[in-house]
Write a protein that binds this ligand. Structure first.
Ligand code: AMP
Ligand code: ZN
Length: 496
């Protein structure tokens, strides 16, 4: 029996059976990038993890509405609502329109999602496209007495909210501790408490991104956009909300406070947080200067890279860990992932071209069939266990052993029967291509060229022209292709 999908909910700190609010529909919101610079490999880990979540929910038959926003205003340089708006600052430094910055980095992000074989979300709303709704939500919180205005800025009154609710329940923080550890307020401070956060910020005369509001000219606070867009497209309560672990506090904690303050109930049923890609144990981050751009990885053009690594190698590397564990980048790990990826893709090529061969009078091997059934179930169980891609890959390799045995003739088609064979085939293909979304990187004409060389190899072998046979074999090997002479015939594979 395969268990139901269970998701680790950061709100309850428990793995819970996933029961959508209105099956088969699932609403899923993921905080998207702040488009003021190129996304780095760490950011891509988070987005890739949610791509797998989205894909697997679809694989299970759910009708998912996946919303991933673009943050194009309001994200200040510092979480304490201080510093410049990241996009405004870049626009000022580069003498560009803020929307040119936004477009440039949104395009770059979209290119990367395609390179990593990710699906686009169903809706990709932006913060600047929802200013009216953000003003409305701010007004609603002011009307309820949960927000106050100072000098044209509006702040959420955390202490007041906490009287009736629990600020800190997502991140497990205690409001008294937060108030004590925060810096002391000065007379210049606009906030009543340092833990209060901005819903609307007054724009200084030089601030480029600005809109009219009941409180004067300004721009929205960062946390507000996600509450507004999540509600607008998925409803006041929706199923899944995700983002990187570093967004749990303050971003997601503030989102909960805004929605609970406005609507009186929790906005999200399952909160999911992905863990960080690290570099020597430290979070990969642009501000720490230890981040890679995916492009640097693909070209190998970075002092810390020993060689280039392909997009699918990087993706395999990410999938080999569970999304909730930290993952440390290293050349060794990437090299091992390249081998793993090639092995998986060799299996994909193989099973796709394999057809069931009926064998007269073959005897069924019930023990092997049962063993195969167990592996197939384990693939599902691994994904159902909070999207454990690492375990899934392990089970797919177990399935691949059976595929290879069929290929070499060690295991006969007759002994497992057509039904089991078709199950092996569909499980392997679906999990590799649709769920993990790993694909062969070489274009089809490359493969055609390899096929042509292998045909010449076969013909030379038939003619016993061993000099030519050796030459072709060596030539292909130099290009990462291994020719396999088996009793079932001649085939090729990528060198692992
Ligand atoms: P940002 O553009 O800074 O808002 O980040 C976009 C997403 O990437 C957020 O969900 C972050 O939590 C996530 N993120 C940032 N750094 C890392 C990292 N080193 N590893 C994994 N995810 C990250
Ligand atoms: Zn967000």
């Amino acid at each position: 029996m395969v268990e139901k999908l269970r998701i680790y909910n950061s709100l309850t700190n428990k793995k819970e059976v996933f029961e959508p609010l209105e099956p088969p529909f699932v609403g899923m919101y993921v905080c998207g990038p702040t488009v003021y610079s190129d996304v780095h490999l760490g950011n891509m880990r988070t987005f890739m993890s949610f791509d797998v979540v989205y894909r697997y929910l679809k694989y299970l038959g759910y009708k998912v509405r996946y919303v991933r926003n673009i943050t194009d205003v309001g994200h200040l340089e510092n979480d304490a609502d201080e510093g410049e708006d990241k996009i405004s600052k870049k626009a000022r430094l580069e003498h560009l329109e803020p929307m040119e910055i936004v477009q440039k980095y949104t395009n770059g992000f979209h290119d990367l999602t395609k390179i990593f074989n990710m699906l686009p979300p169903n809706i990709e709303p932006s913060a600047t496209g929802h200013i009216v709704e953000q003003i409305e939500m701010t007004q609603a919180l002011v009307d309820k007495g949960l927000a106050y205005e100072t000098n044209g800025s509006v702040y959420f009154d955390v202490a007041k909210y906490n009287k009736g609710h629990n600020y800190g329940k997502l991140s497990g923080r205690n409001i008294e501790d937060m108030m004590e550890s925060g810096r002391a307020l000065t007379s210049q401070d606009e906030k009543r408490n340092t833990i209060d956060f901005a819903l609307w910020k007054n724009a200084s005369p030089e601030h480029i991104m600005r809109w009219n509001s009941p409180w004067g000219v300004g721009f929205p606070g960062w946390h507000l956009e996600c509450s507004v867009m999540g509600t607008k497209y998925l409803g006041k309560t929706f199923d899944i909300h995700g983002g990187g672990l570093d967004l749990q506090f303050p971003h997601h904690e503030c989102e909960i406070a805004q929605s609970v303050g406005t609507y009186g109930h929790d906005p999200v049923r399952y909160w999911m947080h992905t863990n960080m890609l690290t570099m020597n144990g430290q979070k990969m981050s642009k501000s720490l200067g230890n981040s890679f751009l995916p492009d640097e990885l693909f070209t190998g053009n970075h002092p810390l890279l020993e060689e280039p690594y392909s997009p699918m190698t990087a993706k395999f590397f990410m999938l080999q860990s569970h999304y909730s564990s930290t993952l440390d980048f290293s050349n060794e790990a990437l090299k091992a992932s390249r081998k793993g990826y090639k092995k998986m893709i060799n299996g994909l090529r193989l099973i796709k071209q394999m057809e069931f061969v009926a064998e007269q009078g073959a005897e069924r091997d019930e023990k092997t069939i049962e063993q195969i059934e167990k592996i197939i179930q384990a693939c599902h169980s691994a994904m159902n266990d909070d999207f454990n891609t690492a375990l899934t890959i392990g089970q797919l390799f177990n399935l691949l052993k059976k595929i290879n045995s069929l290929h070499t003739g060690q295991l006969s088609f007759g002994s497992i029967g057509k039904e089991t064979f078709e199950k092996i085939k569909s499980t392997y293909i679906d999990f590799v291509e649709d769920v993990l979304a790993l694909k062969e990187e070489n274009p089809s004409d490359y493969k055609e060229m390899v096929e042509a060389m292998v045909a010449i190899y076969k013909e030379a072998k038939f003619r016993k022209d061993f000099e030519r046979v050796d030459k072709i074999r060596a030539g292909l090997k130099a290009n990462g292709i291994i020719v396999k002479d088996m009793k079932t015939g001649i085939d090729w594979a990528y060198e692992e």
